[in-house]
Design a protein around this ligand. Sequence first.
Ligand code: ZN
Length: 368
Amino acid sequence: MFGLTAYFYKNRTLVEGAGQYKTNEILTAYLEYDFPDLKDTLDKCKEFERRLHYPERGDENIEFDDVIQKAFMFYDRLDTIIEELPPYDKLQVKRNRLYNIMNEHKYLFNNDQENHDSNYYPPDFYDHFYTPSYYDDLDADMYDSALQLNRKLSEITRDYRTFVEDCIRVKKVYASFLEMLHKGNEYLNAKETADFYRCFLSEQEGKLITYMKLEQSGTMSETFVPLNLDDDYVMYEKYKFSTIGGFLYIDFFKGLHNHFLPRKCNMCGRYFLLEATAYSAFCTRRIKGQRKKTCRDLGSRKTYMDKVNSDPILLTYTKAYKQHYARYLKKKMTQAEFREWADHALVLRQRAYDKGLSFEEYEIEIRK
Ligand SMILES: [Zn+2]
């Protein structure tokens, strides 16, 4: 039910029915999405996966309608989230799937618990699902139908559970691998990338839970197709994925290769997509209350100031520069004198970095 077909070429990803995306644009959206407590959601998924089947024992019989009502509401809330996430926001997500499955097998159930006479006509769609009999009482056809229902229920509950696991993997595994990759605040070459990947994999060794590992979910198959999207035909890699987790895995590694990678903005803390242009640790979102300034505008200044403050040679240089510039503004220095000083100051700064001057000598010289 979450299956999709996608085409990849360079930094472009095409999802059938949903249109074009940049590589890792979809992963960025999942990283950014404010999910409800995913662990709690996963626990509920597992509980429904276990409990949703045609009742076999007395207590399951009594509780079944109650369980299915809770399941309708739970999966409906999940559908609301899924509908907000790409590419499903552009694909038609089927709502009420569980309700429809139950109604396909409604003759196994009663819509209420009354005793009706022969003039009673049950409604076209059941809202409640009470079981009249035990497994053993079913005739052969009904038994088949119950088995079929069980297969559908286990499929749908598994698909939802896998979806939630895929989302947890994004928030836990992809996020921490990305943090590792961006540590140096620069794009990595192929060797550095491979080294980090090896290191990350070794950290993951021994983890038993699959959604805590950097791996795909579901199944995928690959073929090559020629597509003409611009002017000429090019070869696209065509994948059929059964889950979003499979798609994200392939898209992620393509982005890792092409320098299309999500990263967390050092200013606002939100994710943005680096698109192989100049590396930046800051996004281009507008800052609240500062109409024309973006995180990147303020961030570059902040990075410079952080560097100045942790670098006494640079700090001394910046102070001296400000003093001399003020002298020039007050006309105590001509423009030519100021330029000459500025050139000289750069030479002094370099000599201080190269240890040709002690810090004390440098401090005295640059103030002159
Ligand atoms: Zn930002």
